[in-house]
Each structure stands twice: as structure tokens, then as C-alpha cells.
Design a protein around this ligand. Structure first.
Ligand code: NAP
Length: 297
């Protein structure tokens, strides 16, 4: 079998077109575009690259995005004060803080401080709690991107056996909750799982979010499975590679996301989608779920 390759860039463009139209309506109604602020404490080169990518997409679709850069020496009080200011700023509808932070700054403080209604990357305990309870909530954008791919390409997950490799707070755990809401039968594997292939070979849908290059090989995949590769691993010679061995798995899977060009290009688009959703919710202009990925019981 030769797998269908799921084109994340094309899906991203489709969602951008939908958002452009939605943002136009919002801007017309409000007299100002939805506002996004990216807070970045300098020091991590990769987060600088992600920030530029988000700013580029925002500008393309009409979100008013700006960067608040703090020096690597910024104190907890400075970061806290900036977040409180943004929480009450009427031109800011969505806030994200780029991770990782320097070691002296607490990620928990950030998660506890960002206003719930502006927490567009779903990092606060409140957002996580709502997700756990099956209530509407903002979602970690990578997990939301995976759900968006599944819903646009394979809408019926009810009764499907889904195996997730990885249990991080930003990918594996939130995905498991979202998939349960869709009535999938979910198994989460991690570094202490014994006999990984025993589980992966049962999967109708296999999601790899591990951070190990080419770890998932064809012999671990059930013929005909849908495989989503979340992994982004830097290659020593430059470029990136996923957690899934693309060449061998594409011979057995029915569909597969590539790396690059799969989940990655959708993550920032989903972040901006949630920013637009936050903007509508803050003016009470949308009462029912907008995002296909939001959860309701
Ligand atoms: P993480 O926090 O490091 O978590 C990795 C998970 O994989 C952990 O749960 C770990 O298990 C598990 N794991 C590690 N080795 C394993 C093994 N040999 N067998 C089974 N499970 C194993 O990583 P993350 O933040 O979730 O990211 C995962 C991958 O996705 C990375 O490559 C990252 O770069 C990528 N990513 C991509 C995007 C995107 O936009 N596409 C966004 C975020 C992350 P334990 O819990 O037992 O340690």
C-alpha cells in the first residue's frame, strides 16, 4: 500500500482563507482587528523563529499581532507586571508566552497569570481543567492541530482505536482528552511502556509525539492505519525529521502526515484561530463553538 500524504500546508491555507473572512467580519463590526501579543523572553533561538512565523501568518490573515520582547535578565516581577497589563489591555484579545523561559522564570506563574479568556494556547490550569471536564476551552495549539487534521480528513473517530506515543502536557495528554470526547478508544504510551509494538500494531490511528527521529517503523504499524507524526527532530546535517520513518511507514499506512509539511504548518494557524475565537467570545459575539476542535459534552 502507498499511503496518501496529508498536506498540512494545504490544510493550513484552507483554514487561513476561512479565518481571513471571519477576521474581516470581526474588524468591520468592532472597528479594530483582533489583537495578539507574543511575549518572548530572549535567550532561546528556536522560539525566535516560531515568533517570526506567527507574526507572518497573523499579518497574512489580518490579526494585529505584536511582539513584547524582554531581555534574558527580566525578573519575575517584570514578566508578571507585563502579563497583568496585557490582561486588561482592550486592544489585546490573545496572549502567548514563548517557551522555554530562562530557568529563573516560572512557567507556572505565567500559566496562573494569563487571563482565562485570553489564554489562546490553553496553558492555564483553568483551560486544562475545562478540557478534562469536557467543557469548552482553549486548547494547546499542537494538539488542536492534530484534531483539525483528523476532523478534516477522517471525520468519524467513534469506536476507532487511537494510540498516542507521548504523554506531555502540550500534546499527548490534551489529545487523549479530545479524542475521548470524539468517542475514540484511546491508549497512551510513554517511555516506560513495555512492548510498544504490541500497542502500536492495534492502532487504527497512530499519533507519534515522542521527539525521537524515525522511531516508528513499518513493522510497528497496522496495515491501513492512519499515522500522524507530530515529532520535529533536528538532523545533524541540517533540516528536520519526524518521529515516524516516512519511507517505510508510507508503504503500510493508508494515510500519513510528513515532516516537514504535516502538523507543523498547522500549529500556528490553530493558535491564530483560537485568537480569533477569543476575540469573538470577549465581545459576546459568538455563543456557540467556532472551532471544530472545541469540546462540548
Ligand atoms: P516531551 O515533552 O519531551 O514528551 C515526549 C514524550 O515521549 C514523553 O511522554 C516521553 O515519555 C515519551 N517518550 C520518550 N521516549 C520514548 C520512547 N522510546 N518510547 C515511548 N515514548 C517515549 O515532548 P513534546 O513537547 O510532547 O514533543 C514531542 C515531539 O513533538 C517533539 O519532537 C517536538 O519537537 C514535537 N512538537 C511538534 C510541534 C509541532 O508544532 N508540530 C509542537 C510541539 C512539539 P515519558 O513521559 O515517560 O518521559
Amino acid at each position: 500500500m502507498t499511503a496518501t500524504i496529508i498536506d498540512g500546508r494545504a490544510l493550513g491555507m484552507e483554514i487561513r482563507a476561512e479565518l481571513r473572512e471571519d477576521i474581516r467580519r470581526y474588524t468591520e463590526a468592532q472597528g479594530q482587528a483582533p489583537g495578539l501579543v507574543i511575549v518572548r523572553v530572549e535567550g532561546d533561538a528556536a522560539s525566535g523563529v516560531y515568533t517570526k512565523a506567527i507574526l507572518r501568518i497573523a499579518s497574512d490573515i489580518g490579526v494585529q499581532a505584536r511582539l513584547e520582547a524582554l531581555p534574558v535578565t527580566a525578573s519575575t516581577d517584570e514578566l508578571h507586571a507585563l502579563l497583568l497589563h496585557l490582561n486588561s489591555d482592550s486592544a489585546t484579545q490573545g496572549i502567548i508566552v514563548q517557551m522555554p523561559l530562562p530557568p529563573h522564570l516560572s512557567q507556572k506563574m505565567v500559566a496562573d497569570t494569563i487571563a482565562m479568556e485570553k489564554d489562546i494556547d490553553g496553558i492555564s490550569p483553568h483551560s486544562a481543567g475545562n478540557l478534562f471536564l469536557g467543557l469548552p476551552s482553549f486548547l494547546p495549539s499542537t494538539a488542536a492541530a492534530v484534531m483539525e487534521i483528523l476532523e478534516r480528513t477522517h471525520p468519524s473517530l467513534a469506536g476507532k482505536r487511537v494510540v498516542i506515543l507521548g504523554r506531555s502536557n502540550v500534546v499527548g495528554k490534551p489529545l487523549s482528552m479530545m479524542l475521548l470526547q470524539k468517542n475514540a478508544t484511546v491508549t497512551i504510551c510513554h517511555s516506560r511502556t513495555f512492548n510498544l509494538p504490541f500497542f502500536t500494531k492495534q492502532a487504527d490511528v497512530l499519533i507519534a509525539a515522542v521527539g525521537r527521529p524515525n522511531m516508528v517503523t513499518a513493522d510497528m504499524v497496522r496495515p491501513g492505519a492512519l499515522v500522524i507524526d507530530v515529532g520535529i527532530n533536528a538532523k545533524p546535517e541540517g533540516g528536520i525529521v519526524g518521529d515516524v520513518d516516512f519511507a517505510s511507514v508510507s508503504e503500510v499506512a493508508s494515510a500519513l502526515t510528513p515532516t516537514p509539511g504535516g502538523v507543523g504548518p498547522l500549529t500556528n494557524v490553530l493558535l491564530l484561530k483560537q485568537c480569533v475565537e477569543a476575540a469573538w467570545l470577549q465581545i459576546g459575539g459568538r455563543t456557540k463553538d467556532f472551532s471544530a476542535s472545541r469540546q462540548t459534552l
